[in-house]
Write a protein that binds this ligand. Structure first.
Ligand SMILES: Cc1ncc(COP(=O)(O)O)c(C=O)c1O
Length: 492
């Protein structure tokens, strides 16, 4: 059932008949994006660049194989020593643990996962011509649209893979956290298609703001509780100290980890941050490389919002891989909320991935595991840290980061909705803000610029936030460093 991916080395992609994969060959003069380009003619006739189902990538791209600097080891939260597969086994199936530590450039996508991807992949690349006209910019703006997946975002790209490997190794039930509800929806849906039960700890602030996301998860078959909840020891502890806690992803992760660690039938699933989650998202960038070639263009700047870093990595890593293997250097930008600015204002240090300090220690940009973000509407960006791989690249200067406030993000979202018609998720709107600003900068300079951003999800369940913004009732939150949370960073 696993499509042979764990057996002997999988065939290279180029060996698959009719499938010369674009992402991996070494670029050389006369090539763009890794493929030989006969004529680079900009296609001015098309708005949507759509690939057939056969072009769904056959392997995920693992950037670890091409990193300019090696990643820091993951440490045990109790001993501070590097962890091994056995330490992670109570939480994850072995296949995912293998991917977490893999340095193979290509990891073959099992056929049942590709088959489920067919429900919505390849996702379209769209040239935002109406937005360009509205802004009167010489820039060309492209977006990769992940909001057309069943759950409404990029999250099913990894939820489907995680549910598949769990089902294959005999897991009966999955526990997870969700911020915005996008990840919880994706996992509930994926669990159902592979016959697993699911329990979702939904951050209280989102649980209250977004009842319809909860109903969607319940419709897919999940059990959903607000976090902090009274169904775990850690949740009860937080509630005893802070009965009105709005919750945070860090707290919800602790609850889901505790749930999985204390039940034999249950494993834990994380929607971002970890290497294997970022890996699964690379289908986005691999498709985008091919679609940008169809458009006859090469992006000068690649932009995505970053909560835990997975949609950013999904779009950016395959392009960065081309650069690391000798190709053109492009600007690559992660956009985070100014209220939770882990990359732009956090410390690059070892920290816990969760507030309860049950999860392993990873080296990342962090605001401190005890930091409780303000209740901004981009619930999926309310995380104290950033994926170790994204943090490493930011620290090494391979990518840039920018922080934007929620009101400027919503302004951009409304401009986008009024020109392109799609109502973006509040998280994705952070990327749109940056894309629009890049286009306006190009206009001010009177020079063209090719901009590619990831529209990671739709905002159909975020209408309360839109309504508040339209009425002028949203507020921006300045980040105030939580000195106690920073002082509590473990000494490693
Ligand atoms: C639509 C959307 N975009 C982005 C994110 C941020 O997560 P990540 O940084 O892992 O892509 C989320 C998280 O829930 C989301 O729902």
């Amino acid at each position: 059932m696993a499509g042979g991916w764990r057996g002997p080395a999988p065939p290279t992609l180029d060996a698959v008949p009719g499938f010369a994969h674009p992402a991996y060959p070494q670029p050389s003069p006369g090539q763009r994006g890794g493929r030989t380009v006969v004529e680079a003619v900009i296609d001015e006739t098309r708005t949507r660049f759509v690939l057939p189902e056969e072009r769904i990538p056959r392997a995920w791209y693992n950037i670890v194989a091409d990193l300019p600097v090696p990643p820091a080891p993951v440490l045990h939260p109790g001993t501070g020593q590097p962890i091994g597969p056995a330490d992670l086994a109570p939480l994850f199936p072995m296949a995912l643990i293998g991917q977490e530590v893999s340095a193979e450039r290509e990891i073959q996508i099992p056929e049942p996962v590709r088959e489920a991807y067919r429900l919505y992949r390849p996702s379209p690349l769209v040239r935002a011509r109406r937005l360009e006209r509205l802004l009167d910019t010489p820039a060309h703006i492209y977006f990769k649209y992940e909001g057309g997946s069943p759950a409404g975002s990029h999250k099913p790209n990894t939820a489907i893979a995680q549910a598949f490997y769990n089902a294959e190794e005999g897991t009966k039930r999955i526990a997870t956290e969700t911020g915005a509800g996008q990840w919880g929806s994706a996992l509930s849906f994926a669990a159902e298609i592979f016959g697993l039960k699911s329990k979702v700890y939904m951050v209280r602030a989102s649980y209250d703001q977004k009842p319809y996301r909860r109903i969607l998860m319940e419709t897919y078959g999940a059990e959903v509780v607000p976090s902090p909840s009274n169904t775990t020891n850690y949740g009860r502890k937080v509630l005893a100290e802070h009965p009105d806690s709005p919750g945070s992803l860090g707290i919800a992760i602790s609850e889901a980890v505790e749930d999985a660690a204390t039940r034999d039938d249950t494993k834990y699933s994380l929607g971002s941050v970890l290497n294997h989650v970022l890996l699964h998202q690379t289908v986005i960038g691999q498709e985008a490389i091919e679609q940008m070639e169809m458009a006859g263009e090469d992006p000068d700047v690649i932009i995505a919002c970053a909560g835990g870093g997975s949609n950013f990595a999904g779009l950016a890593f395959p392009f960065l891989g081309l650069t690391f293997r000798g190709g053109r250097r492009r600007r690559v930008m992660a956009v985070e909320p100014a209220a939770v600015p882990s990359i732009t204002r956090g410390r690059y240090a070892y920290d816990f991935g969760d507030t309860g300090k049950l999860a392993p220690l990873v080296k990342m940009y962090t605001l401190g595991a005890d930091f409780i973000p303000e209740p901004i509407h981009a619930g999926g960006l309310r995380y104290h840290g950033m994926a170790p791989l994204v943090s490493l690249l930011a620290n090494h200067g391979d990518i840039e980061a920018r922080a934007v406030h929620q009101r400027e993000a919503f302004d951009a979202a409304i401009t986008f909705a009024r020109s392109e018609g799609i109502l973006p998720a509040p998280e994705s709107s952070h990327a749109i803000r940056a894309a629009i600003d890049e286009a306006l900068e190009a206009k001010a300079e009177g020079r063209p610029r090719v901009i590619l951003f990831n529209l990671s999800g739709h905002g159909h369940f975020d209408l309360t936030a839109y309504e508040k913004h339209l009425r002028g009732e949203l507020e921006d939150y300045e980040y105030v460093p939580d000195e106690a949370a920073l002082a509590a960073l473990p000494a490693v």
